[in-house]
Design a protein around this ligand. Structure first.
Ligand code: FAD
Ligand code: EPU
Length: 342
């Protein structure tokens, strides 16, 4: 087994933060994972599964084992009249899977185009964008239980999905290693164009009849205009979750808000709650475009914190603390971090 010591994680996190792993090793099958765990033996050092590192902030060196997931393989494992069941190894790149599904004319994940990271992380926070969450299409997944030393199957229901949430962030945090995921996709695409920006973009592209490829291209164009490319500017997408308020909290926000209350943007959730864009709250506090040394708040999307090159994880963390504090002060809303902090 090729284990490396004092290994730089900078190329393995999209914030491009320098941090070292005491031990670093790749696994490409459940067997190699098992032998790594055996090698770790009774070593009490902590462990971490790393995918694409696009939802993680290292605020320090990791004094333990980092296991990098590279389990590959994508195939249609089952079909029925209406669906194709696409199974992917946890180490496949998410966007490659989206392209593969489009190529097979299977619909359901085209709105999730260009989300960075690997398949194995897709259920962890139930990735979502442009009116679709991956929970809508996850059929089942297999994970390795570290405690029980066996492979366990989870149905969609077992995963307890919520907004940017699942059982893998709660009860099974640092307990399950996701090995593969099976997605149930539509043979006849059902286009989800309710986000106005998608229709506008399709119009600009002069698309009269949407196709999976056209919707994916439209999403790619929208995302590229708003979100920084991690290859150019270090970031991990939205740093915080959008807060969800109940009716009373929303009314209180409206009545206490210093600017015209009617201008507060929100989306109504299925449960009748109000999801407020955290980017708007942060912008109202004056942070949008803020920069101090190499740490900043992106000029086109205030919810994205960025590393201009030399920021440390601690610098980014401190900026997030300051933003959280000012949103609390101004709106009495506590922003919850989406990014996993190490
Ligand atoms: P990592 O960052 O490597 O890991 C994330 C967490 O999952 C860690 O806690 C890790 O330990 C755990 N983990 C990873 N793989 C496994 C596994 N196989 N088994 C067990 N645990 C595992 N997210 C969205 O939801 N929607 C978006 O629109 C979106 N846009 C983004 C845009 C940009 C520019 C960037 C940089 C990020 C964006 N993200 C978005 C966040 C991120 O891409 C997703 O959360 C993605 O799923 C993370 O995948 P990853 O492989 O990089 O995970
Ligand atoms: N807004 C501002 N100022 C800003 C940014 C946003 O006022 O600087 C307001 C605007 O009113 C805008 C609204 O917020 O219309 C929504 O902005 P956007 O469409 O960019 O979406 P978001 O709510 O900020 C969420 C997800 C993204 C996902 C997009 C598209 C969360 C935490 N973030 O962002 O996911 O791509 O919707 O669906 O839910 C991620 O999780 O990393 C991520 C990028």
């Amino acid at each position: 087994m090729n284990t490396q010591k004092n290994f730089s994680l900078r190329p393995f996190n999209t914030f491009s933060i320098e941090a070292k792993a005491k031990y670093f090793a790749r696994f490409d099958s459940v067997e190699t994972l098992e032998s790594l765990l055996e090698q770790r033996g009774r070593d009490p050092l902590p462990w971490l599964i790393l995918g694409g590192g696009s939802n993680i902030l290292f605020t320090r060196d990791f004094e333990g084992w980092v296991f990098h997931n590279s389990i590959r393989g994508i195939q249609v494992v089952h079909e029925d009249e209406r669906h194709g069941y696409l199974k992917a190894g946890a180490g496949e790149r998410w966007h490659e899977l989206v392209l593969h599904a489009i190529h097979k004319n299977l619909g359901g994940i085209e709105n999730l185009s260009l989300i960075p990271g690997l398949v194995g992380a897709s259920p962890i926070q139930n990735i979502g964008a442009y009116g679709v969450e991956v929970k809508d299409v996850i059929h089942s997944l297999e994970a390795y239980s570290i405690a029980e030393k066996r492979v366990v199957t989870f149905t969609n229901n077992d995963c307890e999905f919520g907004y940017r949430d699942s059982i893998f962030k709660k009860r099974y945090k640092a307990e399950m290693v996701i090995l593969n995921v099976t997605y149930r996709l539509d043979k006849t695409p059902r286009f989800r164009l309710s986000y106005g920006a998608i229709r506008d973009e399709l119009e600009k592209m002069q698309v009269l009849q949407p196709t999976l490829k056209a919707v994916s291209d439209a999403i790619i164009r929208i995302r590229s205009s708003k979100l920084p490319d991690p290859a150019v500017l270090g970031n991990a997408g939205s740093f915080f979750k959008n807060p969800v308020l109940d009716e009373n909290q929303f009314q209180r926000l409206q009545s206490h808000h210093p600017v015209d209350a009617g201008k507060i943007p929100f989306y109504k959730t299925e449960e009748g709650h109000y999801k407020i864009p955290a980017g708007w709250l942060i912008e109202q506090c004056g942070w949008k475009g803020y920069r101090k040394d190499d740490t900043g708040c992106y000029e086109k999307q205030a919810l994205v914190l960025v590393n201009y090159g030399g920021a440390s994880g601690k610098d980014i963390w401190e900026l997030s603390e300051a933003i959280q504090k000012s949103v609390l002060q101004k709106f009495d809303i506590t922003l919850e971090r989406e990014v996993n902090i190490i």
